[in-house]
Design a protein around this ligand. Structure first.
Ligand code: CO8
Length: 372
């Protein structure tokens, strides 16, 4: 049985935050902090905080701006988090709302209606609650039958989700699968941390996965090979979880947000990823020169350029390895799918590509695909 990706969808949140806006708020916070703590800083008890800069952010990461679901609060030095209002249980939750919008676009691209979908996988870095699953809420709102579940593998959630979809099709437990990645990262960003205040944005992506035999869309991509992998690391970590409330003294500490050793991640993840891509190409009997496009995880432009150069043996040209970081920032597992969504319209039968994720865990996932 051949499995294809037959549609993609993208939901862009309503608000944009530029580097300049974030840096202005951060630097105002730094100034306030240093004034308030002047005595302790002078006594050498604590270090003065250093300012951030838009130039550094763009050069180090390639990020120019990001989208967020709620902007209110992020730039206010007294809050520095999005002020997301609670919704009643009978209202659609914010994460389901994002997921539904992306899902509808993917279904349209794949020529599918709610009756066709019999499995929904919500695959992302965080879900706003543990139960009922966001995927089951989306299932109800879309009017689909079958089954649905949530899964979390940080930046590799979308690729692992597509692999799970493919396994469900092969196992006969589903006929048409929606894999949705509503990444609402902004609540987990420490906007007071110079090293990471600029990294993330919110977004939702969706893909439809089905058998080649049922696919009717204009752009269908057969999955030639797929490989997930994980290896434990504390270098990207968040200790946020349901146990936090059991220690009121530490429940709001900064380790409950996104924390990383960015340099270490950069150095350790790169070799892991390009050797994985090489293995996948070998497994499918392909050369790097057979690839029309590399849809890579979007965490850092220098990382993407390095991987593309290593795989291709030269610098990528044109949109061979598309970058969406400048507009969206790091959107965790949605990044490689946004690149795929935005840059596949010109692909024709026989064109091959990879979709590759990498991030916290560590985790990495690689799919080799071919336009049929
Ligand atoms: N402004 C100005 N200067 C700064 C700033 C700033 N904001 N931050 C750091 N600097 C300074 C540093 O102090 C340092 O100065 P000095 O040389 O004097 O010590 C200098 O700039 C260089 O600092 P770095 O070495 O840290 O800079 P890098 O070039 O390494 O860039 C990056 C930092 C951008 C973080 C980079 O290391 C990177 O992108 N690494 C890869 C990280 C990565 O891929 N992580 C994956 C995370 S995504 C993921 O797994 C998903 C998790 C789940 C989702 C979470 C949602 C919230």
């Amino acid at each position: 049985m051949s499995i294809v990706i037959s549609g993609t969808g993208l939901y862009i949140p309503p608000y944009k935050v530029s580097n300049d806006e974030l840096v202005a708020a951060f630097n105002q916070y730094v100034e306030q902090f240093n004034i308030e703590n002047e005595a302790a800083i002078t006594a050498g008890e604590i270090d003065a905080l250093k300012p951030s800069s838009s130039e550094f952010i763009e050069k180090a990461s390639g990020i120019k701006s990001r989208y967020v679901m709620v902007k209110e609060g992020i730039l206010d030095t007294n809050t520095m988090m999005p002020l997301i209002a609670d919704r009643d249980n009978d209202q659609v939750s914010i994460q389901a709302e994002m997921a539904i919008a992306a899902a509808k676009e993917a279904m349209k691209a794949a020529n599918k209606t709610a009756e066709d979908i019999d499995l929904i996988i919500v695959a992302c870095s965080y879900t706003q609650r543990s139960y009922p699953a966001i995927a089951i809420e989306v299932q109800k709102q879309l009017g689909c039958q079958g089954w649905a579940y949530d899964m979390l593998v940080a930046c590799s959630s979308a690729t692992f989700g597509i692999m799970n979809a493919s396994n469900a099709l092969l196992g006969g437990t589903a006929k048409t699968v929606l894999v949705i990645s509503p990444e609402i990262a902004s609540p987990q960003v420490n906007y007071r941390d110079r090293d990471s205040h600029f990294i993330f944005g919110d977004v939702a992506t969706a893909v439809v996965v089905e058998q080649q035999a049922t696919a009717t869309a204009k752009h269908c991509f057969k999955i030639l090979s797929q490989q997930p992998m994980t290896t434990f690391s504390n270098n990207i970590r968040s200790n946020f979880g349901h146990i936090n409330r059991c220690n009121p003294d530490t429940m709001f500490d900064t380790d409950k947000m996104f924390v990383q050793q960015g340099r270490k991640v950069f150095k350790e993840v790169l070799p892991m990823v390009y050797s994985m891509i090489e293995q996948q190409l070998e497994k499918t009997g392909l050369q790097a020169s057979d690839l029309k496009r590399l849809f890579l995880h979007q965490a850092n432009i220098n990382m993407n350029t390095f991987i593309a150069r290593k795989v291709l043996g030269r610098d990528p040209v044109g949109d061979e390895a598309p970058i969406i970081l400048h507009e969206f920032a790091n959107t965790a597992s949605a990044g490689s799918i946004i690149a795929f969504h935005r840059h596949h319209d010109d692909m024709v039968a026989g064109d091959k590509a990879i979709i590759c994720s990498f991030g916290a865990g560590y985790s990495a996932g690689c799919l080799v695909i071919e336009h049929i």
